[in-house]
Design a protein around this ligand. Structure first.
Ligand SMILES: Cc1cc2nc3c(=O)[nH]c(=O)nc-3n(C[C@H](O)[C@H](O)[C@H](O)COP(=O)(O)O)c2cc1C
Length: 436
């Protein structure tokens, strides 16, 4: 059997994805506010030949989070632009909201990153779950789920037209004749849609990858439909192997029905990992993190990540049933409601324990050998093309992944032993879209 190469994306969350990670770190807590912290992590991921690093974007935070977690929601494109200078190969994927940006502006920033990094940019397209964002952007209310996804669809179309608004061979560079570029090779979007109006061309030539790699993590029907249309990498994925196989098959079938090649739609679900030299050591690391976890944080976070305001609820009472009489704002909300409905008399504080974790993902705890086996099993079942690795603590888990898991996968011929090219599309085996 010829194996398809695995792909890995490193989710960089300051100090690690587990909420207690920062309490186990032994350096100055302020280090996560400086570039050297991110540069070290990016270089570690690049040493492991990973496809990309990834930064999330939360454009509004609730105050309770400042008590419990490091708050470092920098502008991801700014951070990645700085990291472009301290790395050479690794892909740089940043999150950008289609609900709280203008397509002209965001498309320009991602294309800038693609130019400055020599073709390593990726865009994680999100519609933003938290309603707190609205008030930061002068909006009266947060658009509902369906509306956000309709906007996202049009937003991506406009962004694509902007990226394609210069032909690849538009630059002439004729110094003698005084012609920098051939204006006949510019094609202005002149887009007038339901939500957006964008007339003019991108203010610089087409970027090395033509378009940044398009990433999506939506899990709802609308989210998966958007991914089928645009995504070249999908982050989401259900926790069970069977459901993950079905998810990937459905996404591929929907993409194929739209005339896309399913091989150009990679699925890299997020997986939180805790690694140890022995299983006992890994378990004790995971237990230490859990022992430090706060139930105060957990119930507030379960509400917040479901798009609800924690300040309006009593943790010692059940969630009011009136909540699920109106349409739910997201998949995450559905998960919380399902947990609450299964135990109607349980207090919110207890129900919240069942929907823990920012994105509700599987937590793998074990040795590098066990993780390599797990990854191989999921790949062979057709559930994944790789994983988005979320270290429960960072840098420890990322370093262990690079130094111990990657070599095992290389020995088994499942992972590259060198970067073959220099662009993110090249690493992922994605074709470069031509400008129409
Ligand atoms: C790995 C991963 C990373 C995500 N990163 C972000 C993010 O940075 N910002 C954000 O607003 N949402 C983020 N999300 C949420 C998704 O974009 C999406 O809203 C969520 O998975 C629910 O799906 P739905 O919108 O289709 O209901 C992320 C989800 C996953 C699985």
């Amino acid at each position: 059997m010829s194996l398809r190469p695995l792909h890995f994306n490193a989710f960089i969350w300051p100090n690690g994805y587990h909420e207690s990670a920062w309490r186990l770190a032994d350096d100055d807590v302020r280090n996560v506010l400086g570039l050297p912290y991110y540069a070290d992590i990016a270089r570690t991921a690049e040493r492991g030949l990973l496809d990309s690093i990834f930064l999330a974007d939360n454009i509004a935070i609730a105050d309770y989070r400042a008590t419990h977690l490091p708050q470092v929601q920098f502008d991801p494109i700014a951070v990645l632009s700085a990291l472009a200078a301290s790395t050479e190969h690794i892909g740089l994927i940043g999150t950008g909201s289609t609900t709280y940006n203008e397509p002209y502006e965001l498309a320009r920033r991602f294309a800038t990153l693609d130019h400055l990094s020599g073709g390593r940019a990726g865009w994680n397209i999100v519609t933003t779950v938290t309603p707190l964002a609205a008030a930061n952007f002068g909006e009266r209310s947060h658009p509902d789920h369906a509306d956000r996804y309709s906007r996202a669809d049009e937003f991506v179309e406009v962004a694509t037209r902007l990226w394609d608004s210069w032909a690849d061979d538009a630059i002439v560079g004729d110094r003698d004749g005084g012609v920098w570029a051939d204006r006949g090779k510019l094609r202005a979007p002149r887009f007038h849609g339901r939500f957006y109006d964008v007339e003019g061309v991108q203010p610089f030539p087409r970027s090395p990858q033509g378009r940044p790699v398009m990433v999506l993590a939506g899990q709802s029907g609308a989210g998966v439909r958007l991914a089928a249309r645009h995504a070249e990498m999908a982050f989401s994925g259900p926790p069970s192997l069977e459901a993950a196989v079905a998810f990937r098959a459905d996404l591929h079938a929907q993409a194929a029905a739209l005339g896309r090649d399913p091989d150009q739609v990679l699925v890299l679900p997020a997986l939180m990992v805790t690694l140890g030299g022995t299983e006992a050591e890994a378990r004790s690391r995971a237990q230490r993190l859990e022992d430090l976890a706060s139930s105060e944080f957990r119930w507030q976070n379960a509400l917040y990540t479901a798009g609800l305001d924690p300040d309006g609820f009593d943790p010692d009472a059940p969630l009011p049933a009136s909540l699920w009489e109106v349409p739910s704002p997201s998949t995450r909300t559905d998960q919380l409601y399902a947990a609450a409905r299964a135990r109607p008399d349980a207090p919110l504080r207890e129900v919240a324990q069942e929907v823990r974790g920012g994105a509700g993902h599987t937590h793998f705890v074990g040795t590098p050998e066990q993780l390599a086996d797990y990854i191989a099993t999921w790949q062979d079942a057709g559930a994944v093309d790789g994983f988005t690795i979320m270290g429960s603590t960072i840098p420890h888990e990322l370093t262990a992944f690079v130094d111990h898991v990657i070599p095992i996968l290389q020995r088994r011929n499942r992972f590259r032993t060198d970067y073959a090219g220099s662009t993110l599309r090249g690493h992922l085996g994605l074709s470069r879209p031509s400008a129409p």
